[in-house]
Design a protein around this ligand. Structure first.
Ligand code: ADP
Ligand code: MG
Ligand code: ZN
Length: 480
């Protein structure tokens, strides 16, 4: 039988506020365990939570960017469960009235096709602490609790079960990731856990209306693992059904070592959590004015950027995709175009030399020693034929090291292109005289040898002769 895969994703994005969601403790990552705690996030009796306004603003930003409706009034609820990393015995979350609902994202399926994935809701909640399981000789066999992460703000973004393959799930996830990073509300670090994804996966025979029973896969901390986890799980469920078994609703842990998922616990139901409104927090009221204020500060989002790069700047879709993928890179490119005008040559240089150099030197684009100003200075010298594109690459290399302008380097090293006919003619004559055999072959019809002669003349000029002129003069003289 043929089966269809059904996937819904739950993403936890850690919001990049400086302080926690219900107290003033710092959210900085990697500090001494329990050094960033207070009575509120330690869950001491009598301590009262106060909502962080910035966290709400970030939730609104994300909601608007994912086409959600922002609730004018939402409620914080207690989700009750026991675990050692949760000192209060409940997590403050949102349940019946979340801050964002009814959103969507369009994902690109390749060959110009797109598909709309529904976003059911996005709600704010606090993170739990971390358990560290005996890593040193003194602590072996015991577990330690670090509450630095307890009470850091999360936005849980829940999709509709609209995805039908691992590819679609990855496309959705990448898109959402790009958006939260663009918005500056999440640092997007999957490995450090600031962008976490649980995948709900089920299968059903093609044509069947009802969904199959889902398994929820946890612990997937890279885009690559998403595919592995989903594909493994789909196969497992199909095998199970084909052999007469039944998929049970459960939470499964993905093991990146084996690429398999294994059962962790039976899936809890909402009523197990005894949700109820948190009496310590007043309802969250968001005025239309606040929403509009936040909307006005939204940056141009990746889709809009890509569209502009194609429609207004005339870039190929591929270039637009690469350049818009990262907001800082897009800003760098935009700055270059403003200065140098020729968008396609800017795109070529940014996607070619600049990206290569950034990667090679492990540098962030905002710290690139060749700034848009410097790069456009170099492009101007190519455009006015002072140097060839080839020499420009070595000039670029030196600009990167020294931070000097293209003009300084061209001047100091005498790299200015030779466009003086007399000088090039001299070299052309020399090369023709030195290769009588090739000249004879060329004249007998082997036109392709022109490349050989051009190469020799360029070599003799140390790359400085204007290649167009060399070509022209050679053809003239060879016929000659
Ligand atoms: P829970 O907290 O119990 O996981 P949520 O409603 O928060 O429940 O999330 C459920 C997620 O599972 C959503 O992303 C939803 O799209 C997805 N989902 C629901 N039913 C199915 C199904 N049959 N197959 C795949 N995904 C599903
Ligand atoms: Mg879930
Ligand atoms: Zn605190």
């Amino acid at each position: 039988m043929n089966y269809e895969t059904v996937i819904g994703l739950e993403v936890h994005a850690q919001l990049t506020t400086r302080t926690k969601i219900f107290c003033g403790c710092s959210t900085e990552f990697g500090r001494t365990p329990n050094s960033q705690t207070c009575p509120v996030c330690l869950g001491l009796p009598g301590a009262l939570p106060v909502l962080n306004r910035k966290a709400v603003e970030f939730a609104i930003r994300t909601g608007l960017a994912t086409n959600c409706r922002i609730a004018p009034r939402s409620i914080f609820a207690r989700k009750n469960y026991f675990y050692p990393d949760l000192p209060k015995g409940y997590q403050i979350s949102q349940y019946e009235l979340p801050v964002c609902e009814h959103g969507w994202l369009d994902i690109d399926l390749g060959d110009g096709q797109s598909k709309r994935i529904g976003i059911t809701r996005a709600h704010m909640e606090e993170d739990a602490g971390k358990l560290i399981h005996g890593e040193t000789p003194e602590t072996a066999g015991s577990s330690l609790v670090d509450l630095n992460r307890a009470c850091t703000p999360l936005l849980e973004i829940v999709s509709e079960p609209d995805m039908r393959s691992a590819d679609e799930a990855i496309a959705y996830l990448k898109k959402l990731h790009q958006i939260v990073v663009y918005l500056g509300v999440c640092d997007g670090n999957l490995e450090e856990g600031s962008f976490r994804c649980d995948a709900n996966v089920s299968v059903r025979p093609f044509g069947q209306k009802e969904f199959g029973t889902r398994a929820e896969l946890k612990n997937i901390n890279s885009f690559r693992f998403i595919r592995q986890a989903i594909e493994y799980e789909v196969e497992r469920q199909i095998d199970l059904i084909e052999s007469g078994g039944k998929v049970i609703q459960e939470t499964r842990l993905f093991d990146s070592g084996t690429g398999m998922t294994r059962s962790m616990r039976g899936k809890e139901e909402a009523h197990d959590y005894r949700y109820f409104p948190d009496p310590d927090l007043v309802p969250l009221v968001i005025s239309p004015a606040w929403i509009e204020e936040v909307r006005a500060t939204l940056p141009e989002l990746p889709d809009a950027k890509r569209h502009r790069f194609v429609e207004e700047l005339g870039l190929p879709a591929y270039d637009a995709e690469v350049l818009a993928a990262d907001r800082n890179l897009a800003d760098y490119f935009d700055a270059c175009v403003t200065l140098a005008k020729d968008a396609k040559s800017c795109a070529n240089w940014v996607m070619g030399e600049v990206l290569r150099k950034l990667k090679e030197t492990d540098t962030e684009v905002v710290a690139a020693p060749v700034t848009p100003e410097l790069l456009s200075g170099l492009l101007a010298r190519i455009a006015d034929n002072t140097i060839s594109g080839k020499i420009a690459k070595t000039v670029f290399e030196q600009m990167w090291l020294s931070g000097e302008t293209a003009d300084q380097i061209i001047q100091a090293q005498g790299l200015k292109q030779v466009t003086d006919t007399g000088a090039i003619e001299g070299l052309v004559d020399q090369v023709i005289a030195a290769h009588p055999e090739q000249v004879a072959e060329y004249l007998s019809g082997k036109d392709k040898l022109i490349g050989f002669f051009v190469g020799k003349v360029m070599q003799a000029s140390q790359g400085k002769a204007n290649p167009g002129m060399v070509n022209q003069l050679l053809k003239k003289k060879l016929q000659g």
